[in-house]
Design a protein around this ligand. Structure first.
Ligand code: PEP
Ligand code: MN
Length: 263
């Protein structure tokens, strides 16, 4: 169902009023984690006024260590809904377990399946059944075929609203899973009708690389970009090193606009 052969036409995924895969790159931005009302609402307000189409923010966080901040969970979802009411931006947020899908789906406009859960088959099926659009991140260890087979678990539930997200793979050069695979962005449209976006925040792990790799992804033909943004990146409770300040985000938007104008 995910393969190109079945659908000559590329799928357009609808998230609120935003269309992904319709020809104009979609900008998704927001903090790695929802941390507080002030942090989220100030970020959402800045983004909404500066070229962002969809707000991201993690309420359930898949952390490498069980002692790291695990997210505000249900309270985080409520804050995301408040940010949507304030700004009008639709919300994408991660769901980590099948039992949480129903609750997360009552707040979110799009469900994110994280890299670590790309092959959590019960989660994929439950997310598929929710009827919500799904953002399916690539596991750093997955080939394109394995990734598309994961997407198949969602599509086979009758839900074709799936966006693929390249977020970095393992190589000998980069630290685990932090090497954005531009080739995947080029190749996926040859293999599948599903839209593909790039996440250069997780795909590089380093703030100075986020904007150049975002621009490279757009030039390669990505249907959108997802980046992490925080009012004070160095104080972020997760992923601060790869998070942009408001000013750095604005500079990225300006560069992305130039790419759009010349293509
Ligand atoms: C995230 O988007 O904050 C995240 C945890 O991403 P990934 O699943 O790609 O590591
Ligand atoms: Mn993150």
């Amino acid at each position: 169902l995910a393969s190109k052969a079945l659908g000559a036409q590329r799928t357009i995924v609808q998230v609120g009023a935003v269309s992904i895969g319709a020809g104009h790159p979609v900008m998704i931005a927001g903090p790695c984690s929802v941390e507080s009302r002030d942090q989220l609402l100030s970020t959402a307000t800045h983004l909404a006024q500066n070229g962002c189409h969809i707000l991201r923010g993690g309420a359930y966080k898949p952390r490498t260590s069980p002692y790291s901040f695990q997210g505000l969970q249900h309270d985080g979802l409520k804050l995301l809904a408040e940010a949507r009411a304030l700004t009008g931006l639709p919300i994408v947020t991660e769901v980590m377990s099948p039992q949480d899908v129903e609750l997360v789906a009552t707040y979110a406009d799009m469900l994110q399946i994280g890299a670590r859960n790309m092959q959590n088959f019960p989660l994929l099926a439950e997310a598929g059944r929710s009827g919500k659009p799904i953002l399916l991140k690539r596991s750093p260890w997955a080939t394109l075929t394995i990734w598309l087979q994961a997407a198949e678990y969602i599509l086979s539930e009758g839900n074709f609203q799936v966006v693929l997200c390249e977020r970095g793979i393992c190589t000998s050069e980069a630290s685990a899973g932090r090497h954005l695979d531009l080739t995947a962005i080029q190749l996926i449209p040859e293999l599948s009708h599903l839209p593909i976006i790039a996440d250069p925040s997780h795909g590089t792990g380093q703030r100075s690389l986020v904007t150049p790799m975002a621009i490279a992804s757009l030039i390669t033909g990505a249907d959108g970009i997802m980046v992490e943004v925080h009012p004070e990146p160095d104080k972020a409770l997760s992923d601060g090193k790869q998070t942009l300040s408001f000013q750095e985000y604005d500079a990225l938007i300006e560069k992305a606009q130039k790419v759009a104008d010349t293509s």
